[in-house]
Design a protein around this ligand. Structure first.
Ligand SMILES: [Zn+2]
Length: 197
């Protein structure tokens, strides 16, 4: 199993690849991820996992020849609406994906645990991979959290989501937290550095 982190140059969004068996996942394919990854993909079958539908996390999505896109059902609305996903702001065209390729993330295999964490957007999710890597998108950063004042944001839900994450981090100090922006760190480090937890 291999987990790699990359950072998009322009909008400094983190995207990740996760590889095991014959599977190749890309989490939140931001700006520049396609030109960076396409040589590594060769003829592998890839799938995309989204923590949420914001433009900076999906900028290169349609460049990839993916089998499926996994996300929370509540995140679909944001993904396809340029008003909600801030695509207008980023000059990103409308996202159109065939219904047959959009999958509820609950159908991912047993290596993935889905933690529903609305608050930054409707349908924001965190993904715990192999009981070790926690991909938190824009819900939780190393020493901060995502905004709740954008469309679909909800401060009360964010508080509940952070409560959920705090418990998970406290119970698993060895976890590696991989956020959608900024640096990664162990659960222990994040608990110490993040005033929102
Ligand atoms: Zn976001």
């Amino acid at each position: 199993m291999e987990v790699k982190k990359y950072t998009s140059m322009v909008i400094t969004e983190n995207y990740y690849t996760v590889e095991y068996d014959d599977k190749f996942f890309i989490i939140d394919p931001g700006y520049g991820s396609y030109s960076n990854l396409y040589k590594k993909i060769h003829d592998k079958t890839i799938s995309i996992i989204l923590t949420h539908g914001h433009a900076d996390h999906i900028f290169d999505l349609l460049n990839f020849d993916f089998e499926n896109v996994y996300l929370d059902d509540d995140a679909r609305k944001t993904l396809v609406n340029p008003e909600l996903n801030l695509g207008n702001y980023f000059k990103l065209g409308k996202i159109k994906i065939g219904e047959e390729k959009l999958k509820n993330n609950e159908v991912l295999d047993e290596n993935w645990k889905i933690i529903k964490t609305p608050g930054h957007t409707e349908g924001s999710c965190c993904y715990l991979f192999a009981d070790k890597y926690l991909f938190t998108g824009d819900t939780l950063f190393f020493n901060s959290i995502g905004r709740t004042d954008l469309p679909g944001g909800n401060e009360k839900q964010m508080k509940e989501s952070l409560d959920k994450l705090r418990t998970i981090l406290q119970q698993n100090s060895e976890l590696i937290v991989h956020p959608g922006h900024d640096r990664s760190g162990s659960a222990e480090e994040v608990l110490m550095s993040n005033p929102f937890l």
